[in-house]
Design a protein around this ligand. Structure first.
Ligand code: GDP
Ligand code: IMO
Ligand code: MG
Length: 425
């Protein structure tokens, strides 16, 4: 994907998250110099493998397993230092050398213990089924201009003033939720002080570092978290996360100009999944849902929550192609469909008898809709060892061709298993 003219690439999820972004970043990082996260935080769970060993990355970019690659966490990420250090220590224990090649933006906002508390105690968070990692409350404080940034940690007085504001706000909310828990300024400051020296060592001007890398001709991969339909503007609001998950967010969340981005890749599963509440137009009935969940091992990488499953929705992906300006698609988990007799592909929705092919802004319009399917013969043989499009069974190729036609986007990669080498492209 990287070539002389394509030096900076954004990779995004083009459904509801968990599309296999970690696997694709790990594959593409072989030719990258930098991998940078630009939004979200420890709500993400990106799975990569070292040989047989499964590693789930939450805040550290999925390029970290490639020794020569520099990894950075951009200003758009909400950073949970405690969880970051756990992740770093786990990687070190697995023999990954992290020292000197992981950077954290000095402008990134810090997820405080009270953000996690508010997220866990809020009825609204429960209704959405958030990950409870404090993501929404931290972004709220950022926008309300009372957030704590990495660079504030060096300034004790400023830090105390910000924490006082944050704690006061959080306690007001907790009282309203009738929670028995409260946040405390001194505890919060002490917890942060214990993490501060390690955090300061990683802190850097990531926007400037990436800019310089781009100027020197480096290959830069910007790794999205969550998925386009969870974007705070373009997703199924309010059943979304609190950040800009789409490609536009990459420029803001790293601090580089949009004109420096040369290509955008959207990762999609060969079917659809979603964790948490909110619309999923092509959702299977219980029996088929169980079946695909078992075949695809569809349980949250971090929370273990069962993922809801459905057929591939070309309306959704065509929409994601548009809002991200996708150059190409990476289709993952094709192998999960290997044993099916037939495979469905949603080509439109019937709403009040009318055929709709554009994804609506108001999710109320999705109530009572009927997905319209095209049916494909299953290929009923293993695709796990295919390493070229030609090696795929004809029925699988026909299915992929139709996805390209309906989404109006070329397929650049096809993934046929969890391992690095199980990739076509
Ligand atoms: P991410 O959040 O987008 O990085 O995706 P997750 O890691 O949360 O979930 C994707 C899951 O699918 C992980 O368990 C991956 O190991 C697995 N996976 C990725 N690509 C493939 C594939 O092509 N086939 C199969 N069977 N599993 C895959
Ligand atoms: P990756 O990067 C799938 C979902 C949650 C919930 C909603 C809001 O691994 O693809 P939040 O904690 O962000 O406020 O929760 O978003 N969600 C994800 N779903 N994959 C993710 O990340 C997700 N991150 C958040 O389940 O519905
Ligand atoms: Mg995930």
């Amino acid at each position: 994907m990287f070539d002389t003219n394509t030096r900076t690439i954004v990779l995004v999820g083009a459904q509801w998250g968990d599309e296999g972004k970690g696997k694709l970043v790990d594959v593409m990082a072989e030719r990258a110099d930098w991998v940078v996260r630009y939004q979200g935080g420890a709500n993400a769970g990106h799975t990569v493998y070292i040989g047989d060993r499964k590693i789930v990355l939450r805040q550290i970019p999925s390029g970290i397993l490639h020794p020569g690659v520099r990894c950075a966490i951009g200003n758009g990420v909400v950073l949970d230092p405690e969880s970051l250090f756990e992740e770093i220590d786990a990687l070190i224990a697995d023999g990954v050398d992290v020292e000197g090649r992981l950077y954290v933006s000095d402008r990134a906002h810090i997820v405080m213990p009270y953000h996690k508390l508010v997220d866990k105690e809020s009825a609204a968070s429960k209704a959405i089924g958030t990950t409870g990692r404090g993501i929404g409350p931290c972004y709220e404080d950022k926008v309300a201009r009372r957030g704590v940034r990495v660079l504030d940690v060096k300034h004790p007085e400023r830090l105390r003033a910000l924490v006082e504001k944050g704690v006061e706000h959080a306690n007001g909310l907790l009282k309203r939720f009738r929670s028995t828990r409260t946040a405390d300024v001194e505890h919060t400051l002490a917890a942060l002080a214990a993490l501060a020296p390690r955090l300061e060592r990683l802190s850097d001007d990531v926007g400037l570092a990436v800019h310089r890398a781009q100027q020197s001709g480096a290959a830069v991969l910007l790794e999205g978290a969550q998925g386009s339909l969870l974007d705070v503007d373009h997703g199924t609001y309010p059943f979304v996360t609190s950040s800009s998950t789409t490609a536009g967010g990459a420029s803001i969340g790293v601090g580089i100009g949009p004109r420096t981005i040369d290509a955008t890749i959207g990762v999609v599963k060969a079917y659809t999944t979603r964790v948490g509440a909110g619309p999923l137009p092509t959702e299977f009935d219980e029996v088929m849902g169980e079946h695909i969940r078992a075949l695809g091992n569809e349980f949250g990488a971090v929370t273990g929550r069962p993922r809801r499953c459905g057929w591939f929705d070309a309306v959704v992906v065509r929409y994601a192609v548009r809002v991200n300006g996708l150059s190409s698609l990476a289709v993952t988990k094709l192998d999960v469909l290997d044993t099916l007799e037939r495979v469905g592909l949603c080509v439109g929705y019937r709403i009040n008898g009318e055929l709709v092919s554009e994804f609506p802004g108001d999710i109320a319009a999705l109530e009572g809709i009927e997905p319209v399917y095209e049916w494909f013969d299953g290929w009923q043989c293993s695709t796990a060892d295919a390493r070229s499009i030609e090696a795929l069974p004809a029925a699988a190729r026909a299915y992929l061709d139709r996805i390209e036609a309906l989404t109006e986007c070329p397929i650049r990669y096809v993934s046929v298993g969890t391992r690095r080498e199980q990739i076509i492209g």
